[in-house]
Write a protein that binds this ligand. Structure first.
Ligand SMILES: [Zn+2]
Length: 265
């Protein structure tokens, strides 16, 4: 297991921007807006590259943070482990010399996104199989765990939660041939107990979306991106997404958050 972060390193990591993607495909009528078209994705990556920013996996970002060299890096993450990550996203990432982290459901290889979505019916998408996971790892991408299946973790019994966290880490570590460090909370849903268990299962960090429990490397916030995010929106969201959310909450304290972000995946 890698060592814990120092306070300086933790602050540097929390200041770093992390982007969240799901599918990279041409489905244009997804009611859950989980897809970004390859054309749009290439445009977004090209914008980062031409701005002197490099997209990196969480593992690479953490290593850079430990060396004090995180400036100019942005973390790229992909949830659910769709087949199109291997087929569409990886070639574009390689084109720009970027890496990324893909969070995989370790009990659903080769299946489809059959879990409950915010809007139904949802668009069916295929998930990577074991071979795909090996290939993306060999291509320099980090593989992290998204649990065994797409569970609402705060609703699980403690034993089930513990088993899934450990088993998914073991299964994926075995497949990629190195110890899996990263975890990503399905639906972005977590609480103190869930975060504690992720820590105790041996992970080094956890990716959330907008929910926080401890406010450290185990519930990292990410900026969600969709196909609707053209260059202007990418620039604004990357810089101001969380400021905007805080202001919105201050102005409308009773208002729910972005429901799509809270419950969609
Ligand atoms: Zn997910």
């Amino acid at each position: 297991m890698s060592r814990n972060l120092s306070e300086r390193e933790r602050r540097a990591l929390l200041r770093s921007r992390l982007l969240m993607y799901h599918a990279i495909d041409d489905v244009c009528d997804d009611p859950n807006t989980l897809g970004t078209s390859p054309r749009r994705f290439r445009e977004q990556m090209g914008h980062l590259a031409s701005s002197g920013i490099r997209g990196v996996s969480m593992q690479e970002l953490l290593e850079a943070v430990r060396r004090g060299e995180e400036r100019g890096l942005v973390g790229l993450t992909f949830d659910d482990g769709y087949r199109d990550f291997r087929e569409r996203a990886v070639p574009i990432l390689k084109e720009f010399g970027f890496t990324a982290t893909v969070f995989v459901l370790a009990g659903m290889f080769g299946g489809s996104n059959s879990w409950k979505h915010h809007v139904s019916p949802h668009v069916e998408r295929r998930l990577m199989d074991r071979e795909d996971v090996v290939r993306v790892s060999e291509a320099g991408m980090e593989v992290g765990s998204h649990f065994m299946y797409h569970a609402v973790l705060p609703d699980l019994a403690l034993e089930e939660l513990r088993r899934g966290l450990r088993e998914s880490r073991e299964v994926l570590s075995e497949i990629v041939g190195s110890e899996v460090q990263g975890f990503c909370y399905p639906y972005g849903l977590l609480n103190h107990e869930v975060v504690r268990e992720v820590r105790e299962a041996g992970y080094s960090y956890g990716c959330s979306i907008v929910e926080r429990a401890d406010g450290d490397e185990f519930d990292l916030l990410r900026v969600p991106l969709w196909d609707g995010d053209n260059l202007a929106r990418l620039i604004i969201k990357r810089r101001f997404y969380f400021t905007y959310r805080r202001i919105k909450k201050l102005l409308r304290p009773g208002a729910p958050g972005d429901e799509r972000v809270r419950q969609g995946y």
